[in-house]
Design a protein around this ligand. Structure first.
Ligand code: TYD
Length: 232
């Protein structure tokens, strides 16, 4: 197994699909993506307040890194202790995702039984963040087997404003600095078309507005999902 991997990693990078060619789509899966400080967690909790409700599907809010064993290790590493090599971190994110997706009560099972699952970060975060740290090839290799979400909402915010918003936090993670966040924003913008090509609906949301304004737009986008129309 090691030799083919080394061969693959040494191949020149080429344009490809974020989720692997002919990726499966999980229509009921919505993913929030964006740089740190762009408000995805706030939006997920605002969205959660609308559920349950008449005519709405069952709703499950979740996030990556997950609350599972691998996710906890990742959160520790993001705080800088233990410091892990970028490649190790890339592998941990993929391992965490595999559990999150395929566990007995995981994303796939929930979507399969008709729940609307909204996940704060998913594959695209790895292609963006680990892509910056490890180069194109490894995150693509590790993530090409994961299904694509039905909808990707990209929360776009000027990195300087994002860093201002985060400046009140008591402790910052290893990625939460201006230089890194400028690269993060650039990579998000350059990868969104690939998500479209993989079959996801992709919308960029202007995250500089008030949380209420952003939440209203998020709701409008969600209302277009087949699962929302089927229940409405
Ligand atoms: P974040 O959603 O910002 O968590 P919180 O605000 O609760 O600390 O996610 C933590 C960090 O993990 C964030 O900087 C992005 C990073 N990350 C990756 O680098 N790769 C990934 O695949 C994922 C899911 C997250």
């Amino acid at each position: 197994m090691i030799l083919p991997c080394i061969w693959y990693l040494n191949m020149p990078p080429k344009a490809g699909y974020a989720y692997g060619i002919s990726a499966e789509i999980i229509e009921n899966l919505v993913v929030f993506e964006g740089g740190d400080g762009s408000g995805t967690s706030t939006q997920l909790s605002l969205l959660g307040r609308r559920f349950p409700g008449p005519g709405l599907p069952a709703f499950f809010a979740t996030a990556e890194p997950s609350g599972g064993a691998v996710g906890k290790l990742i959160r520790q590493a993001l705080s800088g202790d233990p410091g892990l090599r970028p490649e190790t971190l890339a592998m941990l994110f993929a391992a965490d995702r595999n559990e999150h997706l395929h566990a007995e009560d995981g994303i796939r099972a929930r979507c399969g039984r008709g729940e609307l699952v909204v996940c704060d970060r998913y594959v695209l975060s790895s292609l963006v963040y680990q892509g910056i740290q490890c180069g194109e090839r490894l995150p693509r290799l590790l993530n090409s087997g994961f299904p694509a979400p039905g909808l990707v909402l990209h929360f776009d915010l000027d990195p300087e404003e994002a860093v201002r918003r985060m400046s009140g936090r008591s402790k910052l993670d290893v990625f939460e600095n201006l230089d890194f966040q400028i690269k993060v924003r650039g990579r998000y913008l350059s990868l969104l078309d690939e998500c479209r090509e993989a079959g996801s609906r992709v919308r960029t949301v202007d995250a500089s507005r008030s949380p209420e304004e952003v939440a209203a737009e998020v709701w409008r986008e969600l209302a277009e999902l087949p699962i929302m129309k089927a229940n409405g």
